[in-house]
Each structure stands twice: as C-alpha cells, then as structure tokens.
Ligand binder design. Structure first.
Ligand code: G1P
Length: 307
C-alpha cells in the first residue's frame, strides 16, 4: 500500500559515551557496522519505506554526519580518474540517497525533547522516527508494515519486540490487548525503563515509531520523567490512555531480524551477524568464524573480567 507519509526523523545527538574513545571526535552514528556507518543503514531503511525527506536531530560533531551525506568532489574526481567506478558508486550512493536536513537539539533533554525539535520541519503530517541504535534487516521490512498500519488505523504506531524479561528494564515496555490482525496489538499502557523485575510485560518498544503531529503538543506538556529527561514513552503513554487523543497507540509486533548497536557487546554481535550474511564477505568470514569459535574453550567464560 502506498502511503502519503514522506518524512523521517532520526535523533542523532547522543554523546555515545559507551563507545569512548572512538566517539571522542566523531558521533556514534558514524561508527562502521562492517563497512557502512550505522546511520546509513537507518537512512536506507527510511528510503526503502518511501521516506526520502530525512531530518536528523544532531548534537556536537554533526560535521561528520553532514559530510557523509554530502558530495565529496575531490574524492569523486580521484576515483573517476583512476577508473575505480565501483568505489565511486559507493561514495555517491549516500549523497543521492535522501534529502537530508539537520537541526541541532541544543540541550540534551532526552528523546522526547529531540523529537520535539522536529516540529517546524514536520508540520501537520504523520511522520516516522527511527533510532540509530537499532538496525532492522532489510529483508524484514518493519517500517513499511508500520506505515501501512498507520494509514489503515490512523493512529500512532510503535514497533514492539518480545524480549527476555532480564533486559526489560532497558526499554520502554508496553501492556497490550490483541486486535484482529495477528501482528498488531492495541497498547493499553507504556512505561519507560521499569526497574528490574517490575516490567508489566516483555513487549519492548524498539526504535521505530510512526507518529501523528499531535505528538508535539503532547511532548510540550510532558514533564521530565526517567533520568530527568523528557521521554517519548511518557508522551505515548498520554496518547494511549487519554481519550482526547483519538485512536490511541497500536504496536506492530516485530518477529524479524534486528541488530542492536547500542553498546559494545551488541555492536560486536551485530557486525559478526551482518558480515556472516554478506554475499561478498560471508563465504570467507563464516569458515574462519567457525574455526575461531572452535578454539574458544569453556574456560574463557569463567574469566569475564580478564583483560
Ligand atoms: C529509547 C527509548 C526506549 C526504547 C529504546 C529502544 O531508549 O527511550 O523507550 O525502548 O530507545 O531502543 P534508549 O535506548 O535510547 O535509552
């Protein structure tokens, strides 16, 4: 189903402190996942779902992001002269991918605050928000499905993933009831990062949202929550439970492949999974990985703090 939604908002203002020193002078969104910066996967996903107008909410070091999606004349000339056309295509690809705009977040007051910064650009239309820490496999088009559900129900739509209860405290957690569509649920409540052991379910909000423009008004009224930050989850909870906001919030339950790049361990796992699957690298990487894995003994697990 073709939708009329064209805008994607990508918050990219985090300090990336979990990846220091790599992120000292470079935004974490530019960290390579195999051979592409993490942010490029996310922009490619938005474009694949038909969203070619991308607004990034940036912080310090935004130059690297801007440069990545901009033309690099000298590099293109050098590659053209050398006849390295495949490499030239890779350089030009990210330039031509989308119409990328930037706005600075200013104060780092949380995800809700970052989304609020998109108000002027978005105007009065539904739009998508994609968080850079989650990479969704291009073979499992989650965002396309979410846009379809948004157009069908005309409500706010978030992506949900069943997670192990031991990690529920790291996410926004939803309580839900079933609908007549197998992968769609109605959200009855949302809580941002419940304390360990207190999560009301194991359905976690992952970083994909299709929001209606009233989110801006709700965010403006949302008081700082968890961590003293303005939380998008809290604003969504108001929409899910406030009759004044019409249709509420639906969740699309994702059962496909998702790679988390939010912390170092997950980032490593994501790179190994994605590289194993790549047509150009996988055939050489997989046999090496098997041999390497066979050299690991149980002993390794007994010394998690070993340098
Ligand atoms: C954010 C949201 C959280 C959501 C998560 C998904 O948290 O606040 O509700 O579950 O993204 O990745 P963050 O991981 O940015 O702390």
């Amino acid at each position: 189903m073709a939708t009329s939604i064209t805008k994607a908002v990508i918050p990219a203002a985090g300090l990336g402190t979990r990846f220091l020193p790599a992120t000292k002078a470079m935004p974490k969104e530019m960290l390579p996942v195999v051979d592409k910066p993490a942010i490029q996967y996310v922009v490619e996903e938005a474009v694949a779902a038909g969203l070619t107008d991308v607004l990034m909410i940036t912080g310090r070091n935004k130059n690297a992001l801007e440069n990545h999606f901009d033309k690099v004349g000298e590099l293109e000339d050098v590659l053209r002269k050398k006849g390295e056309l495949e490499k030239l295509d890779k350089v030009k690809y990210s330039t031509d991918l989308a119409d990328v705009h930037y706005v600075r977040q200013g104060d780092p007051k949380g995800l809700g605050h970052a989304v609020l910064r998109a108000k002027m650009h978005v105007g009065h239309e539904p739009f998508a928000v994609l968080l850079g820490d989650d990479i969704i496999d291009e073979r499992d088009p989650l965002l396309t499905r979410m846009l379809e559900v948004q157009q069908q129900l005309n409500t706010t739509v978030v992506a949900l993933l069943e997670v192990d209860p031991s990690v529920a405290h790291l996410y926004g957690i939803a309580t839900v009831k079933a609908t007549d569509q197998d992968d769609v649920v109605k959200i009855t409540g949302l809580v941002e990062k419940p304390s360990p052991g207190s999560a009301p379910s194991n359905l976690a909000v992952i970083g994909r949202y299709v929001l209606r423009p009233e989110i801006f008004e709700v965010l403006e009224r949302t008081a700082p929550g968890k961590g003293g930050e303005i939380q998008l989850t809290d604003a969504l909870q108001s929409i899910a439970t406030g009759p004044e906001w019409g249709g509420g919030v639906h969740g699309v339950v994702f059962r496909g492949r998702r790679y988390d790049t939010g912390d170092r361990l997950d980032y490593l796992k994501a790179i190994v999974q994605l590289a194993s699957d790549r047509a150009d690298l996988g055939p050489d990487f997989r046999p090496w990985l098997k041999t390497f894995a066979a050299t690991l003994t149980n002993d390794d697990h007994e010394h998690p703090d070993a340098p």
